[in-house]
Structures are given as structure tokens and as C-alpha cells.
Design a protein around this ligand. Sequence first.
Ligand code: HEC
Ligand code: HEC
Length: 327
Amino acid sequence: MNSPITRVFGFLLVVLGVYLWIGYSITALTGSGDEAAAVVEITPEGGEVIYWGKGRCFTCHSVGGQGSAVRGPNHGQFGEKFQQSMGARAVERALARTKKEGVEFTAVDYVVESLASPGAFVVEGYKNEMAVVYAPPISLNLKEIKAVTAYLMSLGGDLDMEAIDTAPSEITKKLYSKIAAAAEAGGGDPELGAEVFEDNCVECHSLGEDDGEIGPNLSGIAASGLKFISESILAPTKSLTKGYETYVVINNEGRQFIGLKTRDADGEVDITNALGDVETITKSDIKEIRIDDTLSIMPDDISEVLTVKEYQDVLSFLMLQKPAEEE
Ligand code: HEC
Ligand code: HEC
């Protein structure tokens, strides 16, 4: 009953359920499948509907005298404290961001960043408790984020629809892909996913220049797609990465070694096991050597170690690992 297979399968069902639940709101992401999107126009009017509805912004924010929430800054002009509406205020906040980061932020960059990475800049006098609006339960998709941005920019600002929608700046583009990746992975949070990766995967996988210690380097893995990545985690043996096949070696004494063949030279073979331990076996001492494609060095119980949320977080993190030449 409680075999790893049934447990993995049960976990898969939960994950699938989550996908289905949010499925309809996320199909419009990353530029494909736009047809299936809920009817939201990328206009200030469309954004206004989101703001006072699905986005639940009104539960923490007000716009001038409209609404009564005070947990977050007022987005309109209001009293001494809010002398400028959000669109105009964003220009000033962008200057502060430019100064701090040393790269030029536009007003749109600022607004999009406050939605994509609320912790990056916390408005003075407030706590870092802005909701992650692209994660459950709010789960705005990219189109809705753009609409809400248009709405905020229209409040006293210079509404530049190209900067918001069709021709975003580099900074905005990056933030959009973060949101898209997160939403595509069931609303996972890539920043938390980076921590999950650090805690559970780096002992075998690396990103960037270096080779993985044991497993393949995962830079550019996003290109393999969400389905492949999730399968690789849930059922590692289903598609063993080429060059990372699992070898079983039995020596003349009958001792068995299981691992990756990491060297084959000078009449010797190195077998590296899941812990990274290397055994060197002389070829004359080998009675049997074969590939076992029902085994992976990658543990198949990772799905039990991770919560569903952590799994979604790490998926969204991996969906951001785009091949370098793609930008
Ligand atoms: C749970 C409460 C909460 C919800 C829901 C929420 N926010 Fe916020 N928001 C905050 C808080 C608190 C801040 C101030 C701290 C910060 O800067 O992160 C803030 C800051 C902001 C800022 C920066 C304001 C400024 O003066 O620079 C923007 C823009 C913003 N939120 C937009 C939104 C939008 C759009 C939504 C809905 C899609 C939303 N927020 C939903 C709490 C919330
Ligand atoms: C004990 C080492 C080990 C750990 C820990 C580990 N992996 Fe792996 N992983 C491997 C090996 C070896 C392979 C190649 C064999 C295979 O495909 O199963 C692999 C393959 C993969 C692949 C497919 C790569 C490709 O290009 O085909 C993905 C994606 C992946 N791992 C993700 C993860 C994630 C995410 C974690 C952490 C939650 C993780 N792995 C933890 C060893 C490990």
C-alpha cells in the first residue's frame, strides 16, 4: 500500500489537482495559449476591475477617498502623506531605485517590481507585508498584472502602454518572466524555490559555469519545459539524462558498486555513488558491468521530503533557468 510508487502517485495527484485548479488562469502565460485567458483587457479600465475585485488590492490599499484600507500606501492623492497619486509617485520611487541599484528604473519598472518582488523596496512607514499577488490565493496572471500596472500608472502618471505591454524595458521583462514562471509552476515563488534548491539539490546539481558535482548542470533547464522538469523530480528514472546512466559493477569478490561511471581509463573505472564517494575498480577485477535503467542516482523520494508548496517553488525557480543565449 505505502510503497514509494503509491506515495509518488498520490503526490502527483495532489500536484495535478493544483494545476487544474489554477489551470485556467495561467494558460495565458509566457506568451502562448493567450486564447484561454480570462477576459481581462490590458487597459487601465481592465486593471481597475482587477484592483477592486480578483486582485484584492482594496483589502490593503485605497485610492484617494475611494476605499478605506490603510495597511498599504494609498494609491491616490490623499492628505499630507500622499501628495502624489501612484503614477506620479512611481517616477520618484524609480529615482530612488536607480540610485540604490545603479541601473536605471522607469516608473513602470517600479510599479511592476512592487508587484513582482514586493520586498525589493518597502515603502517607509510600512511593513514588508504586501501580498504576493501572483501566488495563491490571489493568483493574478501576467495579463492581469499588466492591466493593474496600467491602472496604477493612469493614476496621475504618464500612461505608456508600450512600456507596460508590447515593448517592456529589460527590467520589466525580467520581472514579467519571474511572474510568468511562478504562475506557470502553480504559483510557486522562485525566490523561495532558490532556497529549496539550495537545501535539497545543490549537493548534486549546479547552475551557471561549473559542472554539477554528481548530477547534470541545470542552467538552461527551463528550455526542457515544465512537464519534463516535474517528471525528472517526481520520477527520476523515467527519463535518465544521457551520460548519467546508473552503472552496476560487481567485482570478482562479489562486491557490488552502484553509481555513475565517472572515469574509464588506464584499465580502471571510477564509480561515483549518490553521496559523491568515488570507488576505483581495476578492469581485471570486474566480473560484471552493466547499465541499470531502472535506477537513478537522483533520489526518487524527493517528493516526500518536499511539501507541495516547496515543490512548486523549486519548479518556478527552475523555470527561470533559461539558456543564456535566449535574451
Ligand atoms: C495584504 C495586504 C496587501 C495586498 C492584498 C496588496 N498590497 Fe500592495 N502593499 C501592501 C503594503 C503593506 C505595501 C507597503 C510595503 C511595500 O512597499 O512593500 C504595499 C505596497 C504597494 C505598492 C507600492 C506603493 C508605493 O507607494 O510605492 C504598490 C504599487 C502596490 N502595493 C500595489 C498593489 C496591488 C496592485 C495590489 C493588488 C493586485 C496589492 N498591492 C495588494 C500591502 C498589500
Ligand atoms: C544525490 C544526487 C541528486 C540530488 C540530491 C538531486 N538530483 Fe537531480 N539528478 C541527479 C542525477 C544523477 C541526474 C541524472 C540522472 C537522471 O536523469 O535521473 C539528475 C537529473 C535531474 C534533472 C534532469 C536534468 C536533465 O537535464 O535531464 C532535473 C530537472 C533534476 N535532476 C532536478 C533536481 C532537483 C530540483 C533536485 C532537488 C529538489 C534534485 N534534482 C536533487 C542527481 C541528484
